[in-house]
Write a protein that binds this ligand. Sequence first.
Ligand code: C2E
Ligand code: MG
Ligand code: MG
Ligand code: MG
Length: 280
Amino acid sequence: EAKAKGRNTFHFYSQELNAAANERLFIENELRTGIREGQFRVYYQPQVDCRNNQVVGYEALIRWFHPNEGMIPPTKFIPIAEATGLIVELGAWILQEACEFAARLASQDLKNNISINLSARQFKDANLVSTLDKIIKQTGVEPKRLHLELTESMLMGHVEAAILQLHQLKALGVSISIDDFGTGYSSLSYLKRFPVDILKVDRSFVKDIPQDSNDMEITAAIIAMAQKLKLNVVAEGVETIEQIEFLQNNNCYIVQGFYYSPPVSEDELPALFERLKLKN
Ligand code: C2E
Ligand code: MG
Ligand code: MG
Ligand code: MG
């Protein structure tokens, strides 16, 4: 009985593992084709100053439109792109696209910042700085418009190497954001050693405001700490007016989330500005 059950459990398990491995393999193969055939698009989510509806910036977020599978979310393919190293090529393409977008905005005299997510592998890549430098020069974008988003875990592993890489990136004139702040292993003493400019309060702390008083305390503490360290702060995943009011009462004014808009294609931006009475 027990043996049979054990065997069945194992069988069930290995089928599940197989399914996961197959999906992984499928995505890995499709990623190569997708990159070659241009199935990716960069979408942009506005970062809004909630005091005056001014769009101060955009976060670039990749979207994969697969011809048969439809939209495959980044949480499904970024880890695989990361593990296979394909992220380096894909990441360079995202940087190029986002910088071209930034240059188009600048050509209309708009001064929005563009935040771009870097993956761990991309951040560690020895060619990252020269790749970005080349793209900046070629697109003519003002480097100070670019904000590179990293997570705490990317910094905590090899601290000295990370600090060096950050200094080299900052020497190009770009700013550094810590994404998903508060969810990683954050050592405050380390944080002070990293040349970072912006903290992004993770959505997990924002989403249950105002029901969860712990989350409100944590969010308020992160904002206060950012101010003490003279860092700018952006709240992620803001969906309700109550959340905006709470953030504003705690001196966080730059917000990003579905309350304003999900990430959209560049084409959709004019209609969004119109509908939400956003300003540049
Ligand atoms: P992230 O960088 O923390 O991006 C924020 C995610 O939260 C995005 O999901 C965004 O669509 C979603 N979001 C924004 N506002 C709200 C909200 O109000 N409610 C909810 N429920 N969600 C909201 P997305 O685009 O699916 O991306 C997920 C993650 O995948 C990103 O988290 C980032 O870690 C990664 N990713 C996305 N695009 C890129 C990219 O171009 N390069 C790299 N390396 N990673 C990326
Ligand atoms: Mg991000
Ligand atoms: Mg985030
Ligand atoms: Mg996240």
